[in-house]
Design a protein around this ligand. Structure first.
Ligand code: PEP
Ligand code: MN
Length: 264
């Protein structure tokens, strides 16, 4: 079902009037984690003012270590839903377990499956039973075939609203947090009709590389970008402050993308 052979036209996912896929470039921006009502409200305002369409923010965080901040849970979902509504943005948040799919879908417009859960087949099956759009992140050691098969689990369950997200893979290079695989963008678009979103924040792990790799992703044909942005990245509650853009950098990037001919 994910293959272009069976579905030659690009899939376009429409959510409350926002179209994702085809010729549309969708910008998703926001913090790694929802921290407080004030934080998410202010960031939502800035994402909207810059021209973004989707507010990102994690309430359930898949942290590598069990002692790290794990997100604020349902409270965070409520805060983000309010901020999204107030500022006219769609929202995307990560869901980690089959049991929390329903509550996440109640508050968010798009559900994100993180890189660590790409092959959480129970989660994928559960998402297949819903109609909620899903952004599926590529596992950091997953081949294209494994990635597309993970998407297939959701599609096979009856949910056609799947986006693929390249977020960097693990290589021998340690300078960057991950290696953003730009080649994945055209390859996935050749093999599949699903929208392909690039995540240059996790793909590089370094703020100073996000702008360039965002532009490179768009040049490679990405249907959208998901970018971490924070008003106070040095004090963010996850370690992802170092890869989060400052608001003015985020706004300038979107302006530059428009100058390059992208229609936001
Ligand atoms: C995130 O988007 O904050 C995140 C945890 O992403 P990934 O699953 O790609 O590491
Ligand atoms: Mn993050």
């Amino acid at each position: 079902l994910a293959s272009r052979d069976f579905h030659p036209d690009d899939t376009i996912i429409e959510i409350k009037g926002v179209k994702i896929g085809g010729n549309h470039l969708t910008i998703m921006g926001g913090p790694c984690a929802v921290e407080s009502p004030e934080q998410i409200d202010e960031i939502a305002r800035l994402v909207k003012a810059a021209g973004g369409q989707v507010l990102r923010g994690g309430a359930f965080k898949p942290r590598t270590g069990p002692y790290s901040f794990q997100g604020i849970g349902v409270e965070g979902l409520v805060m983000m839903a309010e901020a999204g509504k107030k500022h006219g943005l769609l929202t995307i948040t990560e869901v980690m377990t089959p049991e929390t799919v329903d509550v996440c879908a109640e508050y968010a417009d798009i559900l994100q499956v993180g890189t660590r859960n790409m092959q959480n087949f129970d989660l994928l099956r559960k998402l297949g039973e819903t109609n909620t759009p899903v952004l599926l992140k590529r596992g950091f050691s997953a081949t294209y075939d494994e990635f597309l098969n993970a998407a297939e689990y959701i599609l096979a369950g009856g949910n056609p609203n799947v986006m693929l997200c390249e977020r960097g893979i693990r290589t021998f290079e340690t300078y960057t947090r991950n290696t953003l695989d730009l080649t994945a963008i055209p390859v996935l678009q050749q093999l599949s009709h699903l929208p392909v979103i690039s995540d240059p924040s996790h793909g590089t792990g370094r703020r100073e590389l996000v702008e360039t790799m965002s532009k490179a992703s768009v040049a490679a044909g990405a249907n959208g970008l998901i970018i971490e942005m924070h008003t106070d990245p040095d004090n963010s509650m996850t370690g992802d402050g170092v890869q989060s853009l400052f608001p003015d950098q985020f706004a300038n990037l979107l302006k530059d993308l428009e100058k390059l001919g992208a229609v936001l």
